[in-house]
Write a protein that binds this ligand. Structure first.
Ligand code: SAM
Length: 284
């Protein structure tokens, strides 16, 4: 066990500093103060961060920390901590580690007993969640889903029965395919697409997966999807027996089981996995 009393020891510190996700006014005075005070700032892209830091009159030494050089950079940062230097880790935007590099150095620095101190700021996941209008907790932050359709569907199946609110990051050129997979695997749930948050063109689109699919092709910018968890257990309005009978009728008339379940679940706006489970249990 290691206990860290962050401000009651003389040990070197690795600060994890959140930076704005758009609006530079969201940089906190504490973040600026710490970034000015450390010996070195580790960042993803020295040019991108260099510009942002210049805006705040921060001119410290920058080193690169990216997923592809994570092992060697971690080694370098641990070496600097061992020499008594304080380091700040930032990413291009938001919190480091939240779908950004940093996991390895934080795991190693904390295991070695150095201080690891968070410096609060904005993060797209929390901004989207709190403004979504959906239930704020419990929630599951998934990050980016796999790019391949097969892998994405497989991953979504893992969450299909989870009752907690789900949050995904997605890029504009994959958003339609992602939502189609969500519709197929999770059903037509309530969904909020949060776009360009804190920036001039910030937009929240609140509807269902199907409704958002109607406009998703035209959407640009950075985006987060927030989606209801599986609420089937609470849905008193769904007549599951009738739905199972509809699956039976389709199967009896020659349709494949999986296709019959998919079609009925989709038309009723419920989870395909849940209907499949019920159908399967009734049969066995
Ligand atoms: N570290 C960041 C954080 O704490 O949110 C996330 C970095 S991740 C590489 C970038 C993704 O975060 C984007 O593709 C988008 O899904 C989401 N994102 C970042 N900024 C955003 C914004 N201003 N509005 C909506 N989504 C944003």
């Amino acid at each position: 066990m290691i206990r860290q009393k962050s401000f009651e020891n003389e040990k070197p510190t690795l600060y994890l500093v959140a930076t704005p996700i758009g609006n530079l006014s969201e940089m906190t005075p504490r973040a600026v103060e710490i970034l000015k005070s450390v010996n070195v700032i580790a960042c993803e892209d020295t040019r991108t961060s260099g510009q942002m830091l210049k805006h705040f009159d921060i001119h410290n030494r920058l080193i690169s920390y990216q997923n592809f050089n994570e092992e060697s950079s971690t080694h370098g940062i641990i070496g600097m901590l061992a020499q008594g230097q304080n380091i700040a880790l930032i990413s291009d935007a938001g919190y480091p580690l939240i779908n950004d590099p940093g996991q390895r150095v934080v795991s190693e620095a904390s295991a070695l007993g150095y201080n690891v101190v968070p410096v609060s700021g904005s993060s797209a996941v929390l901004n989207a969640l709190v403004a979504s209008g959906l239930v704020a907790q419990p929630f599951l932050f998934v990050g980016f889903l796999p790019q391949s359709d097969t892998e994405r569907r497989r991953r979504l199946k893992e969450f299909a029965n989870y009752p907690m609110t789900l949050i995904f990051y997605e890029s504009p050129h994959r958003i339609t395919r992602c939502l189609k997979s969500c519709l197929e695997i999770l059903g037509d749930r309530r969904c909020v697409l949060a776009r360009e948050m804190t920036k001039l063109h910030e937009e929240f689109i609140r509807g269902t997966v199907k409704e958002i699919l109607e406009v998703s092709e035209e959407l640009k910018g950075e985006m987060v999807i927030v989606m209801d968890g599986n609420k089937d257990d609470y849905r008193k309005d769904v007549d599951y027996s009738a739905l199972i009978n509809m699956v039976h009728e389709r199967v009896a008339s020659g349709m494949a089981r999986s296709e019959a379940v998919r079609e009925v679940a989709s038309s009723a706006g419920i989870s395909r996995n849940r209907l499949y489970d019920l159908f399967h249990n009734r049969e066995s």
